[in-house]
Every structure is written in C-alpha cells, then in structure tokens.
Design a protein around this ligand. Structure first.
Ligand SMILES: Cc1ncc(COP(=O)(O)O)c(C=O)c1O
Length: 377
C-alpha cells in the first residue's frame, strides 16, 4: 500500500523535473571529487576555505579522537556535559563577541532547538521568506504567530512590524543567503531594530568563518542570537549558537532536540578549538575566496549569464527545473560539478545552478567552467 503511494509520488516528481537523487562520490582529492569514478572540479561544496580537506587539520582531528575517544554516549543532561565542551563554547562566544555559545551535532538540529525551545504561542516571529528549511521547521514547531516578509525587503519587514503590537517580537533572517547568495542589508536592518526593538535571530551558516575580520562577519553587531555551522567554512561538522547566557540556560531546560539527543563527543570540541585557531588566522584564504568569487561572477556576466550573489555563493538563473538538472548532469561529463537547485528549495520554476566557490579554486578552474557552461546556453 505505502509502496504504491510512494511510487506514484516519486513518478510525479520525475515528470516535473523535481526528482532528487544524490550523486555517487567515489573519491575526494582537494577540490576534485570523483562521481562514479569520473574526476570533476567541485563547485557544489560549502568548504569555502578548503579546511575540509586540509591535511594538518585532519591530523589534529585524528589525534583528538585518539586522545578523547569516540563518543559522548549520552545527552548533556544525562552524563555528556564534558568540561572541554563548555570551555570551547566559551571560546567561541569570546571570538564572535557573545556571552555564550552552545554546540549541536548539526545546523538543522540547532535551528530546531533554537526555535522550538525559545519561542511559544505568545510570540510573533517575522521571517525572510528565503530563510533555510531548518528555521522554517523550527518555527512550525514553536506555535508562535509567524509572518513572512519578501526576501531581503526591509520595507516589507517594516510593514509587517507596524501592523503588530506583540510584546515579544523576533526577526529571523540570514546574513549571507544560502541560495540567493546576497547579504542582509545590515545598516537598514539595524535602523529597523533600533526603531522597533525586536530580538534578532541571524542564521550566519554561510558567512561565519568566511567573511570579515577573523571570520566574524560582525555578527555581534546585528544578532541577539547567531547561528553558525561547522560543516561549511570550518570544514568539519556540527553547529553552534551564539547567545546570551540566560538563553543557553533556558534551552537546557526547554529545547527538546538538545535535552533528548546524544551530544557531540569531547574530541569534537577539541577539534573545533583547533579549527578556530586556523579560522582566526585565515585572512589570506578569505581574501583569495573573495577575489576568485568576484572573478567568477564577472566572467559569468561577461558571457551573458543571469547571475546573483554578493560573495562566494553565486547563482545562475535558469528557471525551468528540468533544464537546470540537465545542464548540471551534462557539466559532470565535462569535468565540473555544480548543483541544480529546484523547488521546494527555491520557488517553483525559479531553478538555479548554485556555485559554491572555495579558496581552492583557481582562475583556470573558473575559465574552464565557464567555457564548459557556454555550450548549454
Ligand atoms: C542557512 C543554513 N542554516 C542551517 C543549515 C543546516 O546546517 P547543517 O548542514 O549543519 O545541518 C544550512 C545547511 O545547508 C544552511 O544553509
């Protein structure tokens, strides 16, 4: 019975060009991956600084696992609250300019915990319509009144705020949007925050580590609560919330995804401490990332592609989802991997090719990619 229903739904996904199937990666070497043994340059990665394939970091992580062993074996509220985790959280808070921080096994889980734990039916949440799926799922769980505003539109957000008199208001947005690749308009956002006094929740998964002095993206200036992930510029896995001490205490008492889930092991904390040292001193890598991203965007525009993106996430607008998928599949044959992003990740018939630039990419990679892409215009 179930199988028949699932088969029918999968078939309609295929007909709409929206069917998803992960590619099979057989090997990874720096910026190269092998898809079914075919060597391609990876333009679909979030390893913005290349730390995910850094040999020295791999060695440190291995040593940490040898020293601290494999697993924490329980939730922090049971017997997994190791001092090294708490101390490392303090270091992250200090680095990014917050009172405290809180680690999670993934960004998805962090957002579920954050929204379902902090907010309730007394609250009004205003969210950019392009925030990540994990924020949306978290908001659904919290029973607050939720109001979407048009992507990166400060004027629309203000309209929403004017019409709402709730005592408890929070605005949810991203600092660098994961698919559109644009930055939040910081100054305008701050003016609005000063005028309306809302709590700001900023998912900075794609900017922390990669943007600004020491990778901080000035997150402390705009966020009351910040979300960072270790799986992108930090080249590892897991996530961290940056938050006031009282909020952390509150989450330990009210956030089900934190209370009822095995925590990351001590070796993870030791490793993210090592990674933070690297991130602090990675200005050269960040500069390289910035410059190669500028080149990619300029060259794409020069060759007549419609592109968006203010930094290392660049999206090429395609529209038709089946076409985006076909281009992405054909590019693999030419030695390049780029993701076709389709509904529901982006609105229907607004499919894009999402390019994730990294500090490992060279001018030759960019030129070769554009050359290959030109065949599919
Ligand atoms: C903006 C944003 N927030 C949260 C997440 C979830 O992070 P994780 O992959 O660690 O679950 C992602 C993942 O891509 C993301 O893009």
């Amino acid at each position: 019975m179930f199988t028949k229903r699932f088969a029918a739904k999968l078939l309609s996904k295929k007909k709409e060009g929206l069917y998803r199937k992960p590619v099979n990666i057989t090997k990874r070497r720096g910026k190269y991956i092998y898809i079914n043994n075919c060597k391609v340059i990876n333009f679909a990665s979030n390893d913005y600084l290349g730390l995910g394939v850094d040999k020295k970091i791999s060695e440190k992580i291995s040593q940490n696992f040898l020293k601290y062993k494999n697993s924490s074996s329980s939730s922090r509220l049971v017997s997994g609250n190791y001092s090294i985790i708490t101390e490392t959280e303090k270091e992250y808070a200090k680095h990014f300019g917050f009172c405290d921080s809180l680690f999670f096994p993934s960004g998805y889980q962090a957002n579920l915990a954050l929204f379902s734990g902090l907010f309730s039916s007394q609250d009004s949440l205003f969210f950019d319509k392009h925030v990540h799926a994990s924020c949306v799922k978290g908001m659904v769980l919290c029973n607050a009144d939720c109001f979407g505003y048009n992507h990166n539109s400060i004027s629309h957000l203000e309209k929403r705020l004017i019409n709402n008199s709730s005592e408890y208001r929070a605005v949810v947005t991203e600092s660098l949007f994961s698919m559109d690749g644009d930055f939040i308009k910081k100054e305008d956002f701050l003016s609005l925050k000063a005028k309306y006094g809302f709590l700001s929740v900023i998912d900075a998964a794609h900017s922390l580590g990669a943007i600004g002095n020491k990778g901080c993206d000035e997150i402390d200036k705009i966020a009351d609560v910040g979300v960072g992930t270790f799986g992108k510029a930090f080249g590892f896995f897991g996530a961290f919330l940056l938050l006031p001490a009282k909020f952390k205490e509150y989450l330990f008492n009210f956030a089900s995804p934190l209370i009822y889930s095995t925590t990351l092991p001590e070796a993870h904390a030791a490793s993210v401490m090592d990674i933070l040292q690297v991130i602090s001193k990675a200005d050269e890598k960040r500069e390289k990332l910035k410059n190669i991203s500028i080149r990619m965007k300029k060259r794409l525009k020069h060759f007549g592609f419609k592109v968006k993106g203010d930094a290392h996430i660049i999206s090429i607008i395609i529209g038709n989802p089946a076409k985006a998928l076909k281009i992405s599949q054909n590019l693999i044959k030419k030695g390049y991997f780029v993701l076709s992003v389709r509904y529901p990740t982006v609105p229907l018939n607004k499919a894009i090719l999402r390019i994730g630039m990294t500090a490992l990419h060279t001018k030759e990679d960019v030129d070769g990619f554009i050359n290959a892409l030109s065949d599919f215009r």
